[in-house]
Design a protein around this ligand. Structure first.
Ligand code: G3H
Ligand code: ZN
Length: 286
């Protein structure tokens, strides 16, 4: 069934666990994430990023309608989340498209401008009944932005500033920069678990890990133990799908029917979804 992101993250935080949130781009992603979550027997968040909307010729509704229909017929609770939104126009499409939550991303702005823009987005979101996540500090590896030195000033989330930011914006969750980066194809990110501990102590809202594809299993387990309640994964699914499709096409040069390779790619994605949920399911904080 279709549920809200606020419910799923609330359950996870209450259980000192984490819900997995996977980025969806195609209908095969939608089907794979739900199949993987069903086989793991766990709830899941489907998230559509602003970049994915750009890929879909700028249109949110076709993929959103498919995701809503798939969620309604799923055997596990599924929520829909709009991810890394910078455009006010896209933000405003969330309720009609069936999304219960948004991540408003103004992390590229100065602290004061991030605070003001996020405050305005949160006021609007809450008036619509939406749950809202924001980012403080800068998680690297975003498309279209210069590569970021994770050790540069302002790149990591400062606990005192985060406390003031959450109080000033009233966001429901905070994406924290603790050493992960987006779009990593090796699982070599080293998280700053000491910083995560200080952020958990300074904040009462659930914390969100982005760029989780680059984090090894033991790093994910430690992050959940340290207070991460939502784990965002995108690249790992694309790597699973693309690898499987590449292998299939290399060994089946005669293949023409797109279902032949898409089903192989979709199955590989579903297995990776179930594997990651299993890693998170084995983790408990406190
Ligand atoms: O918001 C989406 C995530 O941060 C995904 O990051 O593609 O590096 O796993 P990833
Ligand atoms: Zn992200």
């Amino acid at each position: 069934p279709l549920v809200t992101t606020g419910e799923l993250v609330g359950w996870a935080a209450g259980a000192r666990s984490a819900v997995a949130a996977f980025n969806i781009i195609t209908l095969e992603h939608v089907e794979a994430v739900i199949a993987g979550a069903e086989s793991a027997g766990a709830p899941v968040v489907l998230q559509v990023s602003e970049n994915a909307v750009k890929f879909r010729y700028g249109r949110l509704l076709p993929l959103a309608r498919a995701a809503v229909a798939a969620a309604e017929h799923a055997d596990v609770p599924v929520a829909l989340h709009l991810d890394h939104v910078q455009s006010a126009d896209l933000l405003r499409q969330a309720p009609e498209a069936g999304f219960s939550s948004v991540m408003y991303d103004a992390a590229r702005l100065s602290y004061a401008d991030n605070l003001a823009a996020t405050r305005a987005a949160a006021d609007w979101a809450h008036a619509q009944g939406l749950w809202i996540e924001a980012e403080l500090g800068q998680i690297g590896g975003k498309a279209g932005l210069p590569a970021l030195d994770a050790h540069a000033p302002g790149a990591r989330t400062d606990p005192d500033q985060a406390h003031d930011f959450v109080a000033g914006t009233e966001v429901d969750a905070l994406a924290v920069a603790i050493g992960s980066a987006h779009a990593m194809t090796t699982r070599t990110a080293t998280l700053d678990h000491g910083l995560l501990k200080r952020l958990s102590a300074a904040l009462t809202v659930p914390l969100v890990l982005h760029g989780s594809s680059g984090v090894p299993d033991d790093g994910l387990v430690a992050a959940v133990a340290g207070g991460i309640a939502k784990v965002n994964v995108g690249t790992a699914l694309n790597a699973a799908m693309t690898g499987a499709v590449r292998d299939f096409l290399a060994t089946h040069p005669e293949a023409v029917d797109s279902r032949k390779y898409l089903s192989v790619g979709r199955d590989a994605m579903a297995r990776e979804v179930a594997r990651i949920i299993g890693v998170l399911g084995g983790a408990r904080s406190g």
